[in-house]
Design a protein around this ligand. Structure first.
Ligand code: DC
Length: 229
């Protein structure tokens, strides 16, 4: 009998991974784990000590005093704590996005994060989103989903999100950022964004979130009906 399952959800920025994963998690009583928030938290942690990412930083040493906790609430919210401090809002700042590249490219950081992610999934069924979950972190994941959408669609979604936060942004600039992030994510030396051979691809362009949630839910239910109440 299966004790727990791992659902890996990978895909590029703006493909809807986190909102879809959270909703599926609530519906199927899985724990949602946000791997991007961990890379963001490490970036925040180093910036909070040095104000910048030093050129000669030894991530391995710095991470010895980094303690992370992530919780997923029944209402579908994910919160991330670093050494007891709630950083969930702070890690969404643009300064983090501007400095995260050197952090997420580092092999010591990636090994550290991968270890954390595997530990977080030891005890219960999880749905985890990221870039390399189905390829590197859990190559044996029970279900692998790869969410994709066109650059234009992803740019439109980001602009909408910014507007909802009261920020006015230019769609062309957002589109450029997305293309740049795609290039960074796909060309990373370790843990690059790549579709696992056995992942189900869902192109979410032109499909609303509820529909994508329903598709992912039905894929999991079909394979593991005993886990779903
Ligand atoms: O999903 P996100 O935008 O919160 O991710 C933040 C950054 O972390 C993004 O630049 C890519 C990186 N990341 C990664 O390298 N591997 C993952 N599994 C998740 C995120």
């Amino acid at each position: 009998m299966i004790r727990r399952i791992v659902v890996a959800v990978d895909g590029p920025a703006g493909s809807g991974k986190s909102s879809v994963s959270k909703e599926v998690a609530v519906k199927l009583k899985l724990k949602y784990i946000d791997s991007g928030a961990i890379y963001r938290s490490i970036t925040w942690f180093i910036l909070s000590i040095y104000g910048e990412i030093p050129d000669d930083i030894d991530f391995f040493r710095e991470l010895a005093s980094f303690n992370l906790k992530q919780e997923f609430l029944p209402n579908g919210t994910s919160r991330t704590y670093v050494n007891g401090r709630d950083v969930s809002g702070l890690i969404r700042d643009e300064v983090i996005a501007g400095n995260i590249g050197v952090v997420s490219d580092n092999i010591d950081v990636r090994n550290f994060v991968n270890g954390l992610l595997r530990k977080m999934a030891e005890e219960e069924s999880v749905i985890m989103d990221g870039r390399d979950i189905g390829t590197v972190v859990f190559p044996e994941a029970h279900i692998k989903i790869y969410l994709d959408a066109s650059v234009d669609e992803r740019a439109r979604r980001r602009v909408k999100e910014y507007k909802e936060m009261g920020k006015n942004v230019d769609e062309i600039a957002v589109k450029k950022q997305i293309i740049q992030r795609d290039n960074e994510d796909r060309s990373r030396k370790y843990g690059a964004l790549r579709k696992a051979d056995d992942a189900v691809i869902i192109d979410t362009s032109g499909i609303n979130k509820d529909r994508v949630v329903a598709i992912v839910e039905s894929i999991i239910k079909k394979e593991y009906p005993q886990l779903c109440i």
